[in-house]
Design a protein. Structure first.
Ligand SMILES: Cc1ncc(COP(=O)(O)O)c(C=O)c1O
Length: 464
């Protein structure tokens, strides 16, 4: 038995109680028959029969360092036994240690001094980033990407492109000016990568040519939008990585017109792409950077942001500007500090091993692509990998097959090395037809073989 189950309640009863007594407003009920899990360890989730499910989504990239990572668990237990609760009116050693550690690691990478600020989740730090921008620039407006996702609070929703999230609630803040993401497989301008001549970035630059383009006054050199919030790689948008040159050229335009770059590393940070921060793959320095999810390896709600000193110095972002009772809860902070120790000690190994394992995983995905005409595209960076599920023309999005693949994996009746198992998958993308492949960073070559084999079994069952 891999887990110690503290309750004997059956899966059917769990669902029955949930149906009756829990709000359906979260995302559980996207599924008709939500899966019940009882345990987790390393790369696996376990159901009531102790069947292992290889997990290729890792709590939406919140557990990069593996389920029940022993170092993080031990640190949390130590914190539970010493100072588990503390009002955010006071500080405790690990909060200061964490800030110093993170800010110096960031300074080493980006060459700029900054400070850390904490809150409880990704959406909440998006809100805090909005405050930092508005406080500094005295303007409201943001640019954001079509397909970008920054959380579902009202403020974060106004920067998240999907209308579905705003449809019923309207918006209190100013809705962002949404810019097409360089999604080369489905170019928003209908171009071909080899002949587009970087049309997308030129199109963005053209908006500043005249006041009649509605965002900029060339006489006063004032832009209505003072910040651009960007995921370096679209997460919920389908694990789409921009071409290598993109962010450098974007940043040049932003610098020319005095527009801040807010980088959202909530999903892609913490070595997901083989670099501590995904934006490092593109060689630009953010003004503000948000992070969450794997900062605690999924252990306790804690998130944060880093901002360059000029935006966050104590006389600029003054006491009380942002706060939550749980914003720097000692357990979250302690988990984050241990994660940063892991990152510090093992960073060089991650930088070497993730690209190697990623290339190995991609070999398997390319093999599947050549075998199944329903895979239109495969790609990604590091362990932020993607597989576009399409009709047989290898282009028309096929959400039905993508959904069926996830359901099939959750049945728990696949086999590997003669043993029953399952596969946990997630999807994303503009058409929700992309299987996003997000393993833990310690996934072994053998587990990658298993992942490809299980994907093969699923595709074979569903495309016969
Ligand atoms: C890039 C990005 N930003 C922000 C968020 C919001 O984070 P949270 O779910 O912790 O509010 C998410 C969540 O998926 C995300 O992927």
């Amino acid at each position: 038995m891999i887990y110690t189950n503290s309750t004997t309640i059956t899966d059917e009863k769990v669902r029955e109680l949930d149906n009756e007594w829990t709000s359906w407003g979260d995302t559980v009920h996207y599924s008709k028959n939500p899966k019940v899990f009882r345990g987790c360890e390393g790369s696996y989730m376990f159901d009531a029969k102790d069947t292992p499910y290889l997990d290729l989504q890792m709590m939406y990239s919140s557990c990069n360092f593996g389920y029940k990572n022993q170092r993080v668990t031990n640190a949390v237990i130590d914190q539970m036994n010493t100072l588990p609760q503390l009002t955010p009116k006071f500080i405790q050693p690990y909060k200061s240690l964490l800030s110093e550690k993170m800010a110096t690691m960031i300074q080493k990478r980006f060459g700029v001094k900054g400070r850390m600020h904490y809150n409880v989740g990704g959406a909440q730090v998006t809100e805090d980033a909005i405050k930092i921008v508005r406080n500094y620039t005295k303007r409201q407006g943001f640019f954001a990407f079509q397909g970008g996702y920054h959380g579902r609070t009202i403020g974060a929703t106004s920067l998240t492109s999907s209308f579905r999230y705003r449809e019923k609630y309207g918006h209190f803040g100013d809705r962002a000016n949404f810019v097409p993401f360089p999604y080369c497989f489905r170019c928003p301008y209908g171009m071909k990568c080899d002949s587009c001549d970087r049309f997308c970035i030129k199109q963005f630059a053209r908006q500043f040519e005249s006041e009649y383009k509605a965002i900029y006054d060339p006489k006063t050199r004032e832009c209505e939008f003072k910040a651009f919030i960007a995921e370096p790689i679209l997460g919920t948008g389908g694990y789409i990585d921009a071409p290598k040159w993109y962010f450098k050229e974007l940043k040049q335009i932003l610098d020319e017109y005095g527009i801040m770059l807010v980088v959202d590393e909530v999903q892609m940070g913490m070595y997901r792409t083989g670099k501590l921060w995904a934006i490092e793959n593109y060689g630009v320095v953010p003004d503000v950077m948000t992070f969450a999810k794997s900062i605690t390896n999924g252990m306790n709600p804690m998130a944060g942001l880093w901002a360059q000193e000029k935006y966050i110095a104590p006389d600029v972002f003054t006491p009380g500007s942002a706060h939550s009772t749980y914003c720097s809860n000692p357990i979250g902070v302690r988990a984050a500090y241990e994660v940063m120790n892991i990152v510090d000690e093992e960073g060089a190994v991650f930088e070497r091993e993730i690209p190697r394992k990623s290339a190995y995983f991609m070999e398997g995905l390319n093999h599947l692509k050549s075998k199944y005409k329903f895979i239109g595209d495969v790609g990604g960076i590091g362990f932020a990998l993607r597989m576009e599920i399409t009709e047989a023309d290898r282009y028309t999005p096929n959400k039905t097959l993508c959904d069926a693949m996830q359901e099939e994996g959750l049945k728990g009746d696949l086999t590997y090395n003669g043993k029953k198992c399952g596969l946990v998958l997630n999807n994303g993308g503009f058409y929700k037809n992309v299987i996003t492949l997000v393993p833990q960073l310690y996934i072994t070559d053998k587990e990658i073989d298993m992942a490809i084999d299980l994907l093969d079994q699923i595709l074979s069952r569903l495309t016969k």
